[in-house]
Design a protein around this ligand. Structure first.
Ligand code: UT7
Length: 337
């Protein structure tokens, strides 16, 4: 699978200067879901590793969640919003189709000089955003970029479809990216891929030019997430395994040199299958899918934030990133912390 590899030794290396995350207050457990659809805590936990997920409050917006995660990341990075050069938001659940959620986020933060845009790479949105930020920082075109993965999927899942509604949760994760203080540390490489031939296995079909909003679109539930779970599962295991091999190979890393796996958590079994194929023990992966479910683009930065705030990351350690989502789009990367 040939894709974009951004792995030349840069003049200025990009690094993550701050991390932040946010989950809404309301928790929906598997037992709560068993009251809505024909499912059980045992089925969901065994097939996915999920035990609970958070759901946004009525009136809470995607950009509101993004603000909360961003404030935490900016604090840690000791960066003022007005010093941001760019704001990149990965989301498939924007406040509205236009303008970008990134525009609302930049305004709410007071990031007055930043240009701001959304990118659509579904669950891989944060890895795509991080790779773009890496380019701007390495080239010297920007000094501070805020990358956010945020999803409010509870508004676009079919709450009568047990095969999808049990999977997703609402959350936001944020990363502040800037020049590394030490050229030996930072984002060593990122690797992005897309296969549009797989577009049908995970999609929101309605609301765009193909199926503009109409009573029929609503009646057929085309505005909600549809997924061929088995196909997504199979594709994800293969693609992520290859992408991580690509990232490790680009940096001359063998499995024993990987200190942490920071993965988008779609299903615990996907992660277990990928790490098994890579010969990396599951103990290297920080998991939180049991508490949050699949939070799409928020998952990777939120996981990195938890590791960071738990004091688990030491200077010089090798972090491997991976994420995959609708498109299908997927990516990987290596950070030397
Ligand atoms: O970020 C990427 C987003 N998506 C994913 O990562 C999803 C990847 N796929 C998966 O995680 C899994 O395919 C699922 C968890 C969605 C489904 O697990 P599975 O082991 O592939 O189950 P299945 O679709 O083969 O369904 C097995 C059975 C079916 O019943 P029958 O036909 O055998 O009678 C389903 O109707 O399980 C049934 N089922 C459920 N039963 C209880 C499906 N969903 C549920 C449920 N509770 N929530």
């Amino acid at each position: 699978m040939d894709g974009l590899c951004v792995c030349r030794a840069p003049v200025t290396r990009a690094h993550i200067l701050g991390t932040g995350s946010y989950v809404p207050e309301r928790v929906l457990t598997n037992d709560d879901l068993a009251k809505l659809v024909d499912t059980s805590d045992a089925w969901i936990a065994e097939r996915t590793g999920i035990r609970a997920r958070h759901v946004a409050a009525p009136g809470e917006l995607t950009s509101d969640m993004a603000v909360k995660a961003s404030v935490h990341a900016l604090e840690l990075a000791q960066t003022r919003p007005e010093d941001l050069d760019a704001v990149i938001v990965g989301t498939v659940t924007p406040d509205m189709p236009m303008p970008a959620t990134a525009a609302f986020l930049a305004h709410k933060l007071g990031a007055k000089k930043a240009f701001a845009f959304d990118l659509s790479a579904a669950c891989a949105g944060s890895v795509f955003g991080l790779s773009i930020a890496q380019q701007y920082i390495q080239s010297g075109a920007a000094k501070r970029i805020l990358v956010v993965g945020v999803e409010l999927l509870s508004r676009v899942v079919d709450w009568t479809d047990r095969s999808t509604c049990v999977l997703f949760g609402d959350a936001a994760g944020a990363l502040v990216v800037g020049p590394s203080p030490d050229p030996a540390r930072g984002i060593l490489s990122t690797h992005l891929h897309t296969d549009g031939a797989q577009a049908n296995i995970l999609a929101i079909r309605g609301g765009g030019s193909k199926h503009p909003q109409s009573a029929e679109v609503l009646a057929q539930k085309l505005h909600l997430v549809s997924m061929n779970g088995k196909e997504v599962f199979r594709f994800a295991v293969r693609a992520l395994t290859d992408a991580v091999k690509e990232a490790m190979g680009a940096n001359g890393l063998v499995p024993g040199q990987v200190d942490h796996v920071v993965a988008h958590q779609a299903n615990l079994r996907i992660l277990e299958a990928v790490l098994d194929r890579l010969d990396i023990p599951m103990a290297k992966a920080w998991t939180n899918i049991d508490r949050y479910g699949n939070t799409s683009s928020a998952s990777m930065p939120m996981t990195l934030d938890e590791l960071n705030r738990a004091g688990k990351l030491q200077q010089g350690q090798n972090l491997v990133l991976m994420a995959i989502g609708g498109g299908m789009s997927w990516g990987s990367g290596v950070i030397r912390w």
